[in-house]
Design a protein around this ligand. Sequence first.
Ligand code: BGC
Ligand code: NOJ
Length: 807
Amino acid sequence: MRYGFFDDAKREYVIETPETPLPWINYLGSNKFFGLISNTGGGYCFYRDAKLRRLTRYRYNNVPRDTGGRLYYIKDGADFWSPTFLPAKKTLDSYRCRHGMGYTVFESSRNNLMSELTCFVPREENCEINRLVIKNTSGESKDISVVGAVEFCLWNAVDDGTNFQRNYNIGEVEVEDNTIYHKTEYRERRNHYAFFSVNKEADGFDTDLDMFIGKFNDYEAPLTVMNGKSNNSIAHGWSPIGSHRLEYTLTPGEEVELIFILGYIELDKAKKWDGNAADGIINKKPANELINKYNSTESVLNELNALSTYWDNLLGKYIVESGDEKLDRMVNIWNQYQCMTTFNMSRSASYYESGQGRGMGFRDSCQDLLGFVHMVPERARERILDIAAIQFENGGAWHQYQPLTKRGNADAGMGFNDDPLWLIACTHAYISETGDYSILDEMVPFENEAGTEKPLFEHLRASFNYTLNNLGPHGLPLIGRADWNDCLNLNCFSEEPGESFQTCANIESNAESVFIAGMFVLYGRQYAELCLKLGSKDEANRAYEAVEKMNEAVLAHGWDGEWFIRAYDSNGDKVGSKENNDGKIFIEPQGMCVMAEIGVDDGRAVTALKAAKEKLTFEYGTCLLAPAYKEYHLNLGEITSYPPGYKENGSVFCHNNPWLSIAETIAGNPDEAFEIYRRICPAYIEDISEKHRTEPYVYSQTIAGQEAPTAGEAKNSWLTGTAAWTFVNVSQYLLGIRPNLDGLGINPCLPERFKKITIKRIFREALYNIIFERSNEKGLWVDGKKIDSDTVPVAPAKSIVDVLCKY
Ligand code: BGC
Ligand code: NOJ
């Protein structure tokens, strides 16, 4: 069953009912100011950091699930309703929510009033604009009043939800000229405030939540809305809100347009006040400038156009016409859009990530970069340098950092032994995309300590050496706290309910990871390639030798007969082996080792992939492991804490499915490679939205696995490494356009049904017009000339290159 449809021409998903199985959201903002917005107007806004600069309050896990966010009410006589359906929850005569690239539009109507609410964040501005147009489509005049409201968060989202003995005392606001200013803690150390304005003269306002709502009412039916009367209340503590009420008489056919703005202003300490600090009147000049800039239809629509141009530009770097509209819409629109979202958010703020705990993940952000580097290379560069700066001198790293402070996050710990290698992966990808070797000379500190700066290249060397300095008895890498699979905690032995598996005390042990071994082979080679390009032959040789040794260690100790084992636990026993009762086979080493081409020559790769297909793959994807663990195992940790079929315990953990698909392309199996891609791909499973439940335009982290009672049901949409890896898979391996250090590699691997395909790819500022044609005569022609390699050499910037690939 579907709840909407893709409008590819407009790059929108159009939702036709508020009753989606779960809130289906979109992201507004691409720079510093962000908003999450659901198909019923829910969500919240923040400036740069969802934990430390939260502008509006959102109650996760609420009942009903999605209240709060953008609160609009239209009162029409005795009736009132919300153009976003919630919070008023009145049945609408028509409803559409159009989620597009960085904007969301609600079109709805009730009783011959039509409304259109457009929500977006201007490209370079710290505000969200809500443009509400209401039209009287009846034959008679209507007296209406419109209420727009937001509930402010007291900045630090964690304190806001916990520290009530303080919070109920600190809330402060000011009201002036149709603008409500939220200035809690401004009197002391904050140099920022928020505001909520409307561009027309308001007939009333409220800033005190209780006054606005009334004693036993709620957002569904606030007393002030029902009564059509505001209190002009000023909040002193408790919960400050911003609400405006505007009254109109609309003649038949008449419409009114209101522009509401939620803004964030940061000031120089010296310019904080209008007059003396003791008077407590804030400096409203910058707010007024922003409000005035967007007080007309024209300025708002211009910005909306600018946003569209911005996305044309980003999405114009890779455009495919394959003859399969689902593939095209994922590659050209939604997969890339999701990659930009993971770039902006890492794993911090979604409807599943509360924005209160996790900052930017080291491994997460490195992998995300693989999916957005072609769109915003200059920001990818910046990101790599930020990430490298939380590395330790020994090559290890903080597992996460806060974007605002750029400091490692002690709550998430360190010692995840795969982390360092991802830095090589993303730097190699960045240089392949841009040819910019100068990044390797950038001076980057360790642990953000001034005075410890070394060229980025030395960070890569430290990453490489970190694995070599942490080898176990089989010559395989020690796993440390965990590897990519955060829940494979082989040194944890936790018996304390609620203790964090990620930061509890670890025992000293020799537990080893075959997965990291695969990574070392893959990314160790990339490190060696970079060394060669820099002319460091000796270092390259050292790296190639170490990689070869690791390759041998995997073949000698990481092979189980029919597949790659997963790890050795702290006792030296195998994990992910036929010797185990549960967890006999894991997906990660099959994908990663074959991606590293381990066992490709001797048939082991093909055997491993066959086993993964037989034992892990079902209708809705390929599960992380099988059989799922039925009991908690002290020696394995969090992975066995989940019920069978969920999360790391045997769900389809979508992130790793593309590894397997890529592995199939390497093993030369286009059909299965594509099937693995298709099974979890949103556009292909839109028809089962009632089962899948999350948004049909983006990937989710997990889909309940073959052993789960709710098999096929997805959770944790949006912020997942699946976005980047599926884009790498489809764009670089299935469609086969893969940048490398020498140019643009072309090597498609697609099922027979794909015939002629055209791709536009902007690479190092030149445009490559690529055509794939099925033919018995295979080969690659560049500007009409056959070349002997499968890499198209780098063309001068601004040039246009015609590439013909017969495949
Ligand atoms: C989740 C993992 C996650 C980890 C660290 C675990 O509870 O299952 O997917 O990576 O927490 O945040
Ligand atoms: C989600 C985490 O963000 C990611 O870093 C990890 O690799 C996966 N979970 C698997 O545990």
